[in-house]
Design a binder for this molecule. Structure first.
Ligand SMILES: Nc1nc2c(c(=O)[nH]1)N[C@H]1C(S)=C(S)[C@@H](COP(=O)(O)OP(=O)(O)OC[C@H]3O[C@@H](n4cnc5c(=O)[nH]c(N)nc54)[C@H](O)[C@@H]3O)O[C@H]1N2
Ligand SMILES: Nc1nc2c(c(=O)[nH]1)N[C@H]1C(S)=C(S)[C@@H](COP(=O)(O)OP(=O)(O)OC[C@H]3O[C@@H](n4cnc5c(=O)[nH]c(N)nc54)[C@H](O)[C@@H]3O)O[C@H]1N2
Ligand code: SF4
Ligand SMILES: [Mo]
Length: 762
């Protein structure tokens, strides 16, 4: 409906003249600048923006598919309320009134913890969701806060917090000056990078190779990235910590430790040396599946190359030893003198919102965890959250603090979280559920009310998170391409309205009023006596733009509200964005000790909790390897669980296939294209997936992408349901967690494969 009557932005007028707009893509962490051409209210083309200072014209097919997303008839344009089991369209007023009727009484009767809230992956890409989710969580006052982080990077956040004092102080390879990049468990040619915002990784890797640099990939699959690497080594899934322990042992053993400039800022080196004694290259080889000589050679090359970096990503996080592996990536960089050095692993310096540029440089409070625990499983709180794999049991288990209502925000955990079917059943037991989502999908179908967000092309954009992980420092802003119709609010406004409701202010108070109140409170907390001046300086700004202006002006490049006239503010970033391509803030520079926020003001190399976790690894050195384990993968034309409804991306070969080495296929009697039964090792659960035989797989490992299984009744995904695929997470166990951060174990899980009697079509 509404896309035909789209209200255009004023500059487009209603005419059929072609207009050009510039928009940062919000779909993945690469944050590419796009050029969008529009005529008569319709997108006519999307391509990479050549003049973008950060992405220089790079784009992938998902960026082009923003047109499909904008026009998707299944994308929700109005709230839905479930009445007698059927979703009916409702006005925004009706939707908020219904929430106000049901949620506050439930909280009054059962307490704050009876409401759970969860933010999913797209929240990290939307300024309104990212900045205002925290407000809603605070307004709810519940301990039951969840996010996709515990399906993803929480191990890295924990290890970074322990090492450097802040959860988001995560160094990234300085690729343009690097000569040796050792990459574990990442496939940026498919994912376009993660915890490392690096559009056109391939181009940058090729440039590195052209100047003699080497890319080495460690992965149980010869991935697209491994295929362009100078070296690729298979590793047993979950073996990364062991490989890196073997490398570290070699560095100590062969006296290759070089701390360089950082020596005076490091605590705990000798404790690490003692702790790695059991992990000689020889001792770890069988466990990680990399031979001892290769383990030693990787260590020696890393130590001997002046400009080198180790980088690990999702494959190293979502596994049994995710936190140890994440920690070891940084330890290797540190003890070989590559941290905080040009061409090594460096800390970006974001223009706004980076906690590691706030407060007193070089010191802080460090991090703490376990301030409370989950009710059923006693999983420790981490970064204010509980592990998402605790959600189902917290809904199912009666008693004080039981979850009875759930607000899901831009997340689809029925597909993206292990044991999706259990979670789906649990969601049906809730008294009340609100979903902020742009689709009626596998998760939002369980809601009583769905509140849609605008299309990305109707939304302003500034990346809050990703400049903190960027290959180069920058600041870029995008204005909306289209106006709105149908009273569609911004998502920050929806979140503020929900805040008002749960605070007992009812549903008549506007988002702007609530936001003004909150802003005044925040300003006085942050700026004390200066607060009135700051509030006045913000003039007519509201919502996320006002928070952005404050963050830019008080940030490391800021104008300090006029005290540094050459500094940045929102107006300057806006003028430098759009066609001009954004502000380049230069290559990464050294930040130690200034970036540190540990209590000691040092890098804490040997956090007791991590050294303690090494005992688990010692005990596990001799574990027998299961015959078959499963891992995940990503594909360029897919994005977690939700872009399979866009025709441009959905076309082409079927992607939800299980990749298997020829040796395994022969052993199991599986032919190319056959369907196999994949069972969890306890045999309780199984899925059926089509086999593709390829020697890119390590023997004993099967690879299946996640985010599929679009055959659930009640979802409204016409294109995706044509080829639904199967859900890897139907198979995985929600009780399998990396103990320290409670992160889900999504890879290296034992499974059994067998041939199905009949052949089917994909
Ligand atoms: N087995 C396995 N499971 C995995 C992974 C894996 O590697 N293997 N990866 C994990 C990782 S890294 C992640 S981050 C999680 C992601 O898991 P989720 O956090 O569940 O994220 P998505 O699957 O991307 O689903 C995003 C949801 O947001 C909705 N959405 C999209 N855009 C918007 C918007 O602008 N506003 C609103 N309100 N909603 C929007 C979509 O319709 C969809 O419902 O999956 C995890 N699950
Ligand atoms: N096209 C596309 N892009 C995406 C996404 C998407 O779904 N599609 N999702 C986005 C999200 S939410 C994230 S978090 C990022 C993730 O970005 P990446 O971390 O680059 O994720 P993947 O592409 O899944 O690559 C992970 C690699 O780890 C390997 N692997 C699996 N287990 C192990 C192991 O135990 N050890 C080692 N060494 N390797 C292992 C897999 O074979 C795979 O090649 O991608 C983001 N970008
Ligand atoms: S790589 Fe693709 S999806 Fe990611 S930001 Fe760039 S265009 Fe968007
Ligand atoms: Mo992710």
């Amino acid at each position: 409906m509404s896309q035909l009557t789209e209200v255009q932005a004023p500059e487009q007028a209603a005419s059929s003249t072609e207009t050009t707009h510039h928009r940062i893509c919000p779909l993945c962490e690469a944050c590419c600048g796009l050029e969008v051409k529009v005529r008569a209210g319709k997108v006519i083309s999307i391509r990479g923006h050549e003049a973008d200072v950060f992405s220089a014209g790079y784009i992938c097919p998902k960026g082009v598919a923003l047109k499909d997303l904008h026009e998707d008839p299944d994308r929700l344009r109005t709230p839905l309320i479930k009445r007698h089991g059927v979703f009916v369209e409702a006005s925004w007023d009706e939707a908020f009134a219904e929430i106000n009727r049901r949620l506050p009484p439930l909280m009054a009767a059962h307490g704050k913890d009876s409401v759970a809230v969860m933010a999913g992956n797209p929240s990290a890409h939307k300024i309104g969701l990212l900045l205002y989710f925290a407000r809603l969580a605070k307004a709810l006052g519940t301990r039951n806060v969840f996010s996709a982080s515990t399906l993803d990077q929480m191990p890295k956040q924990l290890s970074s917090g322990l090492l450097f004092g802040h959860w988001l102080s995560i160094p990234v390879p300085d690729i343009t000056r690097c000569d040796y990049l050792l990459m574990l468990g990442a496939n940026p040619l498919a994912s376009n990078g993660s915890l490392w915002t690096v559009p056109d990784f391939k181009g940058k890797a090729k440039a590195m190779q052209a100047r003699g640099g080497k890319l080495v990939v460690i992965d149980p699959r010869r991935s697209e990235t491994a295929a362009i690497a100078d070296e690729h080594h298979f590793i047993r899934p979950g073996g990364d910590a062991f490989l890196m322990l073997g490398m570290l042992h070699t560095l100590f053993d062969e006296k290759l430790i070089k701390l360089g400039r950082l020596a005076e800022f490091i605590n705990g080196l000798s404790d690490v040396e003692a702790a790695v004694l059991p992990f000689s290259a020889h001792a770890v080889a069988a466990r990680c599946g990399v031979d001892a000589e290769t383990v030693r050679r990787l260590a020696r090359t890393l130590a001997a190359t002046p400009r080198a970096a180790v980088y690990g990503r999702i494959g190293t996080c979502t596994q049994e030893y995710g936190t140890l592996a994440s920690w070891l990536v940084d330890v290797l960089n540190i003890v070989t003198g590559h941290l905080d050095e040009a061409g090594g692993a460096m800390f970006p310096k974001a223009a706004a919102f980076a906690a590691n540029t706030a407060g007193k440089p070089g010191t802080g409070k460090g991090i703490s965890t376990g301030r409370h625990h989950s009710r059923v499983n006693a999983a420790p709180e981490i970064m204010g959250e509980l592990p998402i794999t605790c959600l189902a049991e917290e809904i199912e288990t009666a008693g004080p603090g039981q979850i009875r209502a759930f607000i899901s925000i831009a997340t689809n955990p029925v597909l993206s979280s292990p044991n999706g079917p259990r979670l789906a059943r649990a969601l049906d037991q809730l008294d009340f559920m609100v979903s902020m989502d742009i689709y009626l999908n596998e998760t939002s179908r369980h809601a009583n009310i769905i509140l849609p967000g605008p299309s990305p092309l109707e939304d302003l954009h500034y990346d809050v998170a990703f400049p903190q992980f960027s290959w180069r420092n920058h600041a870029r802003y995008s204005a909306p391409v289209f106006g709105r119709s149908g009273g569609q609010p911004d998502e920050w406004e929806t979140l503020m309205r929900l805040c008002g409701i749960v605070q007992g202010k009812g549903c008549d108070v506007t988002a702007a009023e609530l936001d003004d109140e909150q802003f005044a409170r925040d300003a006085s907390r942050l700026f004390g006596e200066q607060a009135p001046a700051v509030v006045a300086a913000m003039g007519g700004l509201t919502g996320p733009e006002r928070m952005l202006d404050v963050a830019l002006r008080s940030g490391p490049y800021g104008d300090a509200f006029g005290q540094k006239p050459d500094g940045l503010n929102l107006q300057k970033v806006k003028s430098a964005s759009g066609a001009a391509g954004g502000l380049d803030l230069g290559e990464l520079g050294p930040r130690i000790p200034e970036v540190l926020r540990t209590a000691s003001g040092k890098i804490e190399l040997a956090a007791p909790s991590l050294l303690n976790d090494l005992h688990r690894a010692v005990a596990d050195l001799a574990r027998t390897v299961p015959d078959m384990v499963i891992i995940g993968r990503r594909e360029v034309r897919s994005n977690n669980s939700w872009m399979h409804n866009l025709p441009l991306l959905a076309k082409g070969p079927f992607r939800c296939t299980a990749l298997l080495n020829p040796l395994d296929a022969t052993r199991l009697g599986l032919a190319e294209g056959a369907f196999a039964k994949i069972s969890s090792s306890q045999g309780r659960k199984h899925i059926e997936a089509q086999i593709h035989i390829t020697d890119t797989m390590m023997p004993g490992v099967v690879s299946l992408p996640h985010g599929w299984g679009h055959d659930k009744p009640g979802a409204r995904l016409a294109v995706a349901s044509e080829r639904p695929g199967v859900n890897l997470n139907d198979l995985l166990d929600d009780q399998l967690r990396d103990p320290l951060p409670g992160n889900a174990v999504l890879g290296g899980v034992a499974v059994e494969l067998s041939a199905l009697a009949t052949y089917q079509d994909a």
